[in-house]
Ligand binder design. Structure first.
Ligand code: IVH
Length: 688
């Protein structure tokens, strides 16, 4: 009897060489045609011919499963939905970009660069469009896509490899016809959705009763964070790569060389990249792109100016936040002139009354705008906006349109607009809190309930498909839902009685609601609409406490031990849970069988490394020391308090050292700090 062999080896041995050759040929052909179609936009064969080749490859792989490799064209969508994304570190930090809208700032940037380079050396700048998508890191090992990671906090992000694999402009294996693949390559790029695809996609969402996305960027970012790669695959994304973050096995002297290599390895790169030598040329490029901006099928929000010479870049260095050798020169927000037909008042889920201008519809940068927020009473008074006025409005990125100013007052102007004294939705007497006007009827006001329902089902909360604004309005207006828990009692029969619902859509909504009975703890917290608790804070709370039961009873003091949780925020959160009516609303949800996920509280499995404060002259720049400590999971601060874990004192340390000694806070010298860093798996390099 032969001993058992590893399955793969025995199978590979049985693949005849002609099959292996044929497999390689088909992969090469399919990759080439996919690149011609998706990246170069000049296909050489028809879709049908491509599909034939693809089916041949599938058939061959069915016959010889040992031939299947992760970079085979058949392996783009294959993985099962995931429970969650793992957090992984970036190969090198993904910094932000410094940005400005002012020409003078650009001139000052140019001066700083010239000063850094020294007299007589003229800088060469690479100019690129600033793509308005979702940032991503792509890592290739030995030419094969190993990892794709969202930007996250810049040091680590979420591993979304399975999703990024589904994007046809992302090579699963680097092309190597023109340039061989390096052993390790980390690239930075932008996940984008074409505006035309975005509009089609949003139209579909609206048709299905879901809330549309606010911008192609939000939509792309949402698609990248789907747990089911099949969903990402259906979203028509593309990736444009523009920066070599790290490479081992190739060297470049300039950014332009790097971008050329990126293109040769098979990626889509930004259009119209130019190198220039003067700030006049930068201005001209900026103007030219502003002119074509509205004709592009993708969103850009400015241009990026980067120093081309990589050695000069290294000499200029970076702050902890952004490189000193690059600047985003943004476009001004898009503006148009239109007329205010009417001023309306909306009541949000927290009871705040917001005046809203209903406008004569106008197209602003490709989007039809028919309403704009007027913020609050004081803003309205300051700008003196009235019905009938001709006004300038603006839209910056995906931000809600705003009214900038009156261009021409209307004829027969009505008197200045006054906020109502009663809530337009429930009639309760409103009260004023600073510039805001608030309806106090938290649990009886139908407008607040509508807002809470929409928030509960929103994409970043419980993500209930089909529970958009229109449906929420119907549910409340018809008395079918009087509290959040009521959502879980809805039946398909009830929904079918509402306009716009048929059996299929009614059943789908009931199923979508019922499917969220075991929500992720952080999403459940977000969905509750606790003041101050957005997505990020909810994640922090969930990771720290692990269970809803613990969070509900957390004290102010406990919350305040968490980094970033100040006294006010901690107070607001505990007050929310202490309110009896909130408690009853939550109990009703739990009574319907809602069980948020639980995990080990972070405090027990990951010791809090504490907050370090650095003072005096250190052998490395302070930001370097700070980021090293944060890199192993610690925190840093600029000031010493009782909560400080230790102070690292360099030469000539002054008042901070004194304060630490007075408070009895531990003081380390730099070497002791490095030793502590190493205990936690970190390190720091000190140049001799
Ligand atoms: S260079 C650290 N080039 O804009 C500098 N960034 O708002 C490396 N972005 O997070 C970035 N287009 O993701 C660079 N052509 C381009 C870009 C670009 C878009 C993004 C980038 C950054 C964001 C800052």
């Amino acid at each position: 009897m032969t001993p058992p062999q590893p399955a793969d080896q025995s199978r590979r041995a049985s693949v005849p060489s002609h099959a292996a050759k044929e497999h390689a040929r088909l992969c090469e052909q399919l990759n080439r045609h996919s690149h011609l179609y998706h990246v170069d936009a000049r296909p050489e064969i028809s879709d049908a011919e491509y599909d034939d080749l693809y089916r041949e490859l599938q058939a061959l792989e069915r016959e010889h499963p040992a031939l299947v490799r992760p970079d085979s064209p058949t392996q783009r969508v294959g993985e099962e939905p995931q429970d969650k994304f793992e957090t992984v570190g970036h190969v090198v930090p993904m910094l932000s970009l410094d940005s400005t809208q002012e020409a003078e700032e650009v001139a000052r940037f140019d001066e700083r660069v010239r000063k850094a380079l020294g007299a007589g050396i003229d800088p060469v700048y690479v100019l690129e469009p600033k793509l308005d998508g979702a940032s991503i890191e792509l890592v290739y090992e030995d030419g094969v896509l190993a990892r794709a990671v969202t930007r996250g906090n810049g040091r680590s992000g979420e591993d979304v490899t399975a999703n990024i694999r589904t994007i046809p402009t992302v090579p699963l294996r680097l092309r190597s016809e023109e340039r061989s693949a390096p052993s390790v390559l980390s690239l930075r790029g932008e996940v984008m959705m074409y505006i035309s695809d975005f509009q089609d996609f949003n139209a579909g969402l609206v048709e299905a009763g879901s809330e549309p996305y606010a911008s192609p960027r939000n939509s792309a970012a949402g698609a990248v964070r789907q747990l089911d790669p099949g969903v990402t695959a259906s979203r028509k994304l593309h990736v444009v790569a523009y920066d070599v973050l790290f490479v081992d096995g190739a060297t470049f002297a300039t950014d332009s060389e790097g971008v050329r290599a990126i293109r040769e390895w098979g990626f889509m790169v930004p259009e119209r990249v130019e190198t220039v030598r003067s700030s006049e040329a930068i201005m001209a490029y900026h103007r030219a792109f502003a002119d074509v901006r509205d004709d592009l099928d993708y969103e850009i929000d400015g241009i990026v100016i980067k120093l081309d010479d990589l050695a000069a870049r290294a000499a200029m260095g970076s702050t902890s936040h952004h490189p000193r050798w690059a600047l985003a020169y943004k476009f001004p927000p898009r503006q148009e002139v239109t007329r205010i037909d009417k001023i309306d008042v909306q009541v949000g889920r927290t009871g705040v009354l917001t005046p809203v201008a209903l406008l004569l519809p106008v197209v602003v940068g490709g989007v039809t705008v028919s309403r704009a927020t007027l913020h609050n009473r004081e803003e309205l008074r300051r700008k003196d906006l009235r019905e009938g006025d001709t006004v300038r409005i603006q839209r910056a990125g995906d931000v809600i349109p705003q009214v900038v100013e009156v261009v021409e007052p209307g004829d027969d102007r009505p008197p200045p607009f006054e906020m109502p004294t009663e809530c337009p939705a429930c009639g309760s007497a409103v009260y004023e809190d600073g510039p805001r006007t608030i309806c106090p009827n938290r649990f009886g006001c139908p407008a607040q309930l509508k807002g809470r329902i929409i928030h509960f089902g929103a994409r970043h909360a419980l993500d209930i498909e089909g529970l958009g604004e229109e449906t929420a309005n119907l549910l409340v207006d018809r008395g079918l839902v009087t509290a959040l828990a009521g959502l879980f009692e809805l039946t398909a029969e009830q929904l079918m009685a509402l306009e716009g619902f048929a059996e299929k859509s009614a059943t789908a909504l009931v199923d979508a609601i019922q499917a969220k009975k075991q929500p992720d703890l952080d999403r459940f917290l977000t969905a509750l609409g606790i003041p101050e608790v957005g997505v990020t804070v909810a994640r922090e709370l969930a990771a720290h406490f692990g269970s809803f039961a613990r969070i509900r009873v957390a004290t102010r003091e406990e919350l305040e031990t968490m980094s970033g949780f100040g006294p006010r925020m901690s107070e607001v959160i505990t007050a929310f849970f202490a309110d009896e009516r909130n408690g009853a609303a939550i109990d009703a949800l739990l009574a319907h069988g809602i069980t948020p996920t639980e995990s080990e509280p972070r405090s027990s499995d990951l010791p809090d490394l504490g907050t370090a404060v650095f003072t005096g002259t250190l052998p490395v720049a302070r930001v370097v020391a700070e980021s090293a400590w944060r890199g192993v999971g610690g925190n840093t601060s600029g000031s010493v308090s009782k909560k400080t874990a230790f102070v690292v004192a360099g030469e000539n340390a002054g008042s901070k050292l004194e304060k630490a000694q007075k408070l009895g806070v531990e003081v380390l010298d730099f070497d002791a700090f490095v030793a502590r860093l190493r205990e936690h798996g970190g390190d720091i390099e000190v140049e001799a």
